[in-house]
Design a protein. Sequence first.
Length: 145
Amino acid sequence: MSRYLIERIEATPNIELMFNSEVVGLEGTADASLERVRWNSRLSGEETTYDIRNLFLFVGADPATSWLDGCGVTLDRGGFVVTGAQSELNLGRSVASLETSVPGVFAVGDVRSGSVKRVGGAIGEGAQVVAALHGFLGDSPRSAL
C-alpha cells in the first residue's frame, strides 16, 4: 500500500485498522446493505462482532509465485516476477517490457516486479501484453510453438 494512503487512513478518525484479523461473517439486509461484521483475532482467537456499514479488506502484498519454482521465470528478492530488461537472463535478447525470462511468458499487474500495484495499472498492462503476445507469436516459427 502506498505511503500517502497509509497516512490518510491513519489520520482519519472514523477508520479503525484491524491487524491480524480474519473476517468470519458479514450480516446485512436483503437489499445487500452491510450491517454487521464478525471477525476473529488471529492472535487470541477471540471473535468480535460490531455494527459496521462499510468494510475495506486489504489482504496483503505478498505475491503467490511459489508455483513458478523451477520453470525458469526469474523472481526478485520479494518473490515478484522480473520482466523486460530487468532480468539478467534477457541480456542481449530483444524482449517486450512485460516478458519474463522465459520467452513468450508474460507477467502483468501486482505480481510483476516494479509494477505500480494499482488496478488501473494492471488493466493497462493487460491490454499492452495482448499486443506483445501478437508480436511474439507473429515472430515465432510455427515449429517452436
